[in-house]
Design a protein around this ligand. Structure first.
Ligand SMILES: [Zn+2]
Length: 256
């Protein structure tokens, strides 16, 4: 019998490409045992790898509607970073949700869990907000927009398979974007007329993001939904026409 430590040490060496013969020589475990450990590990990994994007048969992440929503949240305000030791290849997806909107925290948790059902979703209280996170080896497979540096400083482009999902579920995608980086509020405008000042108030949606690419993706999805929009500022999309606001209310709604 070999100890668990010896076994782990051996597997680490094998994973790093060391030959069974060298491993056997350096830690004194016979090759038959090493081969069995290696083959078992491969089998275990094969059944554990449930990633739709890096397996032999590439499929779309499911449920696609939840993926579209999570993609919106990720592009709006999420980030992927190494989860612990980068050599282990485990990644952490994080979305920050304000305490003020408990409903959105629940939706974020639900979508993250639905897309990676075998990975635990965690909540961590931060000042005024909750960090919703989950560890997986496959977040970069699912969100290939991941890369070094801030999103607005690099090119953000959807892969063809992501475009297909967004085309199928544009409402869910827009909902994710508005839930992370957007806002539905009341805009008040003053009109000065002959008989004095008049104030008008109307609801509108704003989506602000520093990335021109992400603003572009939001605009395209709104176009696909037939919802009128314009730039209120170079980094803010505004949906303010009555009919357009009513359409967004159907599937985005105020934060809650
Ligand atoms: Zn993968």
């Amino acid at each position: 019998m070999y100890s668990a430590t010896v076994r782990r040490q051996a597997l680490d060496l094998i994973n790093h490409g060391t030959s069974l013969r060298s491993v056997s020589r350096s830690i004194g475990v016979n090759r038959t045992a090493l081969r069995e450990w290696r083959d078992h590990l491969e089998k275990a990994q094969a059944t554990r790898s449930d990633c739709p994007r890096c397996g032999d048969e590439r499929t779309l992440p499911e449920p696609r509607a939840d993926y579209a929503y999570l993609l919106g949240l990720y592009l709006g305000d999420g980030c992927i970073s190494a989860g612990g030791d980068p050599a282990k290849g485990v990644w952490k997806l994080r979305v920050i949700c304000a305490d003020a909107w408990p409903g959105l925290i629940q939706e974020c948790v639900r979508a993250m869990q639905a897309v990676r059902p075998l990975n635990k979703v965690m909540l961590q209280q931060k000042q005024g907000c909750q960090e919703v996170s989950s560890y997986s080896r496959h977040w970069p497979c699912l969100f290939p927009q991941h890369g070094p540096g801030k999103k607005h400083l690099r090119r953000i482009e959807l892969q063809p398979w992501q475009r297909a999902i967004v085309a199928e579920f544009p409402g869910e995608f827009v909902r994710g974007l508005f839930h992370s980086d957007g806002y539905r509020g009341v805009n008040r405008v003053r009109r000065v007329l002959a008989d004095g000042d008049h104030w008008y108030a109307y609801p509108r949606y704003l989506f602000s993001n520093k990335s021109k690419d992400i603003l572009g993706l939001c605009g395209q999805a709104l176009d696909r939904l037939g919802i009128e929009w314009r730039f209120a500022r170079p980094d803010v999309i505004s949906v303010a026409k009555k009919r357009a606001v009513a359409r967004l209310d159907e599937f985005v709604g105020p934060k809650y």
